[in-house]
Design a protein around this ligand. Sequence first.
Ligand SMILES: [Zn+2]
Length: 73
Amino acid sequence: MKINTTKTTKNLLKCLICGNTFSEDTPGVAMPFCSQRCKLLDAGRWLDEEYGLPIEDEESIQQHNESSENYPF
Ligand SMILES: [Zn+2]
């Protein structure tokens, strides 16, 4: 666990597709993703994998995201 002590004034969001952090006022963002491309990729994942998991909470989503990084697409 790393603790970020830097003061963050912006609400930084983490893209669930590519893992980039971004702020919602960044040009080109497609909430809740960092870009239109990632938004489309997410839609493609739903269509391809049909992982119709119910949205539980942020913690489980992050765990899913982190574990998926161990596998190449
Ligand atoms: Zn992204």
